[in-house]
Design a protein around this ligand. Structure first.
Ligand SMILES: [Zn+2]
Ligand SMILES: [Zn+2]
Length: 360
C-alpha cells in the first residue's frame, strides 16, 4: 500500500512524496487520515518562518484505523478499538518522567517529541497533511464519539485541547470574566468551554465573520477593533462590557501587541494566558513593571497534556448541537489543494481551512 505525505521545502512551496505505508509498530497503529486542518502553525510554516531546512505540515486530524500494532486493543482511555474505528491522535509524545511531567504539566514536557523534519525519514507518515499517519507506541489516541463528525473532531487535537488546558492553567472560575483576544479557531473553542464553566465571555476581533461566530460560540459581548482602533477607546469599551477589568485574558490573536494589551487590560492580580504568539521573530516592548505593580500571573501555554484530547472529544459529544461546530471549518479542500488552503488561511479568508483526504 502506497501513501502520500506533504513537505514544505521553503516559503509558499509544497511537495508531495510517496512511500510504502509501513506496518504498525507494536503498541501503535496506522491510521488513514480523513480530515486534517490548516492551523495557525501551518500558516507560519507556509511563510517559511520555521527554519530553512523545510518542514512537514499538518498536526490536526481525524482518521480511521487501518491497522493496529501488536498488543493494542483499546485507545488511551480504555475504549475497545478495531480496524475501521474513527480516532484522533495527539500529535506528539511526552516522556512522563521529566520535572514537568511528574508534576502533571505534561504540556511543558522537556522531552516532547514531534514527527520528523523530512518525510524521507522512516516511518515517513509523521505529519498529517498526508493520506496516512503513523501512531507511535507511546502516542495517545482516542476514539471519536459517534455523534462527533470528522470535520469537528479534527480540530480537537490541537486548537480545542490547547485552550481547554489554557483555561485550566488560567484557573478560570465560575462567575469570572474572560476576555478573549482573537476569535479564530482557538478563541471560539475557548468561548464555548468558558461558558460551560459559568464565566462571562467578551471577545475582541477585527473581522466581522469572526465576531458573528464568537456570538454563536457563546460570547456574551463582542468588540469590533475597527470600531475601536485606538487602545484607550477599546480599553474603555472592554471595561464597560466586562463590568470592570477581566479576571483572565486569553491571548489567541497571535500578534505581539495583543500580549501587551492583555497585560494592560487584565485586572490587578489577574491571569494572562499567552497562546497565540508563536513566532520568535515578532517582538513587542513590554514594561515589566506592569506585571509587578499589577501582581499579574503570566502563563504561557503550548500544546496540552495528552489526556486533554479525551476531555475535548467528550465535551464535543455533549455540546455538538449547542454550538455551530460543524461550521468551524469554513473552507474545505482536497489534500492536493493544500497550497490553496494555506494561501487562503494566510490571507485570513478562511477561519479554519480543512483538507479532506480521499480514501482509496
Ligand atoms: Zn516529560
Ligand atoms: Zn494546531
Amino acid at each position: 500500500m502506497k501513501g502520500q505525505v506533504a513537505f514544505i521545502p521553503g516559503a509558499h512551496k509544497i511537495e508531495f512524496h510517496e512511500y510504502d505505508v509501513p506496518p504498525p509498530p507494536d503498541g501503535g497503529a496506522i491510521a488513514a487520515v480523513t480530515q486534517t486542518n490548516v492551523c495557525g502553525s501551518e500558516v507560519h510554516m507556509w511563510r517559511g518562518e520555521y527554519g530553512r531546512r523545510g518542514i512537514m505540515p499538518g498536526h490536526e486530524m481525524s482518521g480511521r484505523i487501518v491497522a493496529l500494532g501488536r498488543g493494542v486493543s483499546t485507545d488511551w482511555a480504555g475504549s475497545p478499538v478495531k480496524e475501521g474505528d474513527r480516532i484522533a491522535p495527539v500529535y506528539y509524545t511526552v516522556c512522563n518522567r521529566c520535572a514537568n511531567c511528574v508534576v502533571g504539566n505534561h504540556a511543558a514536557c522537556i522531552n516532547k517529541t514531534f514527527g520528523s523534519r523530512h518525510p524521507d525519514e522512516p516511518p515517513h507518515f509523521t505529519a498529517t497533511f498526508a493520506t496516512h499517519y503513523f501512531i507511535r507506541p507511546d502516542q495517545h489516541f482516542y476514539r471519536i464519539p459517534e455523534n462527533v463528525p470528522d470535520v469537528v473532531a479534527s480540530s480537537a487535537n490541537c486548537a480545542m485541547s490547547q485552550v481547554f488546558w489554557s483555561l485550566d492553567r488560567g484557573r478560570l472560575a465560575y462567575g469570572e470574566t474572560l476576555l478573549v483576544l482573537g476569535a479564530g479557531g482557538l478563541g471560539l473553542h475557548a468561548m464555548a468551554i468558558a461558558k460551560a464553566r459559568g464565566a462571562r465571555v467578551v471577545a475582541v476581533d477585527a473581522i466581522a465573520s469572526r465576531l458573528n461566530q464568537a456570538k454563536r460560540f457563546g460570547a456574551d459581548e463582542t468588540i469590533d477593533m475597527r470600531e475601536y482602533p485606538d487602545f484607550d477607546a477599546r480599553h474603555d469599551r472592554i471595561r464597560k462590557l466586562c463590568n470592570g477589568a477581566p479576571d483572565v485574558v486569553l491571548e489567541v490573536a497571535g500578534v505581539p501587541d495583543a500580549f501587551l494589551e492583555s497585560l494592560k487590560t487584565v485586572r490587578a492580580g489577574g491571569r494572562v494566558v499567552e497562546v497565540g504568539n508563536i513566532s520568535n521573530a515578532l517582538q513587542v516592548q513590554v514594561p515589566p513593571s506592569l506585571i509587578t505593580f499589577k501582581s499579574l500571573e503570566v502563563i504561557g501555554v503550548a500544546t496540552y497534556p495528552p489526556h486533554y484530547l479525551k476531555k475535548s472529544l467528550d465535551f464535543l459529544a455533549i455540546n455538538i448541537d449547542r454550538y455551530p461546530y460543524t461550521e468551524l471549518c469554513d473552507a474545505l479542500f482536497p489534500l492536493s489543494k493544500a497550497a490553496e488552503a494555506m494561501d487562503k488561511s494566510e490571507r485570513k479568508e478562511a477561519t479554519r481551512a480543512g483538507l479532506l483526504v480521499e480514501q482509496r
